[in-house]
Design a protein around this ligand. Structure first.
Ligand SMILES: *Cc1c(COP(=O)(O)O)cnc(C)c1O
Length: 357
């Protein structure tokens, strides 16, 4: 790898595309003749306004976002959205959540503070190794929304068929799969994603929300920052936004467009993930943790015959120059996160190494 860089299999913050990092480096001391780094620039300046406008326009083009959806850049990473979704969308105080792993569990715990949470379906019985059938859920009429975590970063399951919400609003946490494949935005009321998994630096979430879901009549104690309306009315510039993250994400949007858009990205991700899954399925030593139909293209949890051997593999791979292979502390085992920017050579090199076992 160039610059002595490592193949970093972390779930997030994750690898960034090298051409993007090089562009950022080249613009570091003086952004396009402004005499400043983007970090030093007023967020109210014309130069920065153009950066935000282009980032939004490029994202709209990439995802083909309909005009009746707002794109918001909000600080607080992914976790703040657990509360924001419930605070803003629970009009009747009732929502259906699908429990598929660690991140939907966190969302459920947070939403319970604001209203009634109905667990529409769960895969807890088999250690979150599959996506439950959600073709015929029992959804009360006055349910405000149905919530899913579309790719469970820790458990490695992903939704290939969205739940049948029977006309109710669908809310999706796309953090660890954002921009990894084409997405029909009109299927959702709200999509949100913490950007550090697949797009940019940590500390920001992108929220794509249908306009009719943006309300001003919230609990008067709702912090102003936590109302989607605040961000929508101010073009994500109510206060100083995460300028740096917006700038870097904007670069990644342009990079993805040049690559051929989300179809092209998906093809690369499918190719890449199959190298790893094919290896795991043919290995006598390692085993993939998730059923075939629901496997994530981004996060691949697997195990060796024992926890001791898992630890040995982690140690050996680290010595060989592959970083962050340990499974999440809550589930153990091993995990390879192969987000958008992980090159196929990284996966191949790693599989070659694992073949020794
Ligand atoms: C990482 C992650 C989050 C939390 O993001 P933070 O920015 O760390 O708060 C939420 N959901 C999913 C699916 C994630 O992978």
């Amino acid at each position: 790898m160039k610059y002595g860089r490592t193949f970093n299999f972390s779930a997030g913050p994750a690898m960034m595309p090298e051409p993007v990092l090089e562009e950022i480096r080249d613009e570091m001391m003086n952004y396009r003749g402004s005499g400043m780094c983007v970090m030093e620039m007023s967020h109210r300046s014309k130069v920065f306004q153009q950066i935000v406008d282009e980032a939004e326009a490029d994202l709209r083009e990439l995802m083909n976002i309909p005009d009746n959806y707002k794109v918001l850049f909000i600080q607080g990473g992914g976790t703040l959205q657990f509360a924001m979704v419930a605070m803003n969308l629970m009009k009747n105080g009732k929502a259906v959540y699908i429990e598929t792993g660690a991140w939907s569990k966190k969302a459920i715990a947070e939403a319970k503070k604001y209203g009634e949470v109905i667990i529409g379906a769960s895969s807890k019985d088999k250690n979150f190794s599959y996506i439950p059938d959600c073709s015929d859920l029992d959804i009360p009429e006055d349910t405000d929304y149905v919530y899913i975590c579309e790719n469970e970063t820790i458990n490695g399951v992903t939704w290939n068929t969205l739940p049948n919400t029977k006309g109710h609003v669908l809310v999706s946490d796309q953090s660890s799969m954002f921009l990894s494949k084409p997405c029909n935005v009109a299927d959702y009321g709200l999509i949100w994603a913490g950007v550090q998994k697949n797009v940019g630096p940590a500390g920001m979430a992108v929220v794509i929300i249908r306009e009719d879901l943006i309300r001003g009549d919230l609990d008067p104690k709702t912090p102003i920052y936590m109302m989607y309306k605040t961000h929508a009315d101010a073009g994500s510039m109510y206060n100083t936004p995460n300028c740096w993250a917006i700038y870097c994400c904007g670069k990644v949007f342009k990079y993805l467009k040049k690559l051929g858009g989300l179809e092209a990205m998906n093809q690369i991700n499918v190719d890449k993930a199959s190298v790893l899954y094919d290896f795991l399925d043919n290995s006598k030593f390692f085993k993939a943790a998730v059923v075939k139909e629901d496997r994530s293209l981004m996060n691949v949890p697997f195990v060796s015959p024992s926890a001791e051997q898992d630890a040995e593999v982690v140690k050996a791979t680290k010595a060989a120059g592959f970083d962050n292979l340990k499974g999440h502390k809550s589930v153990g085992g091993l995990r390879a996160s192969i987000d958008n920017a992980m090159p196929k050579e990284g996966v191949e090199a790693r599989v070659d190494f694992l073949k020794k076992y």
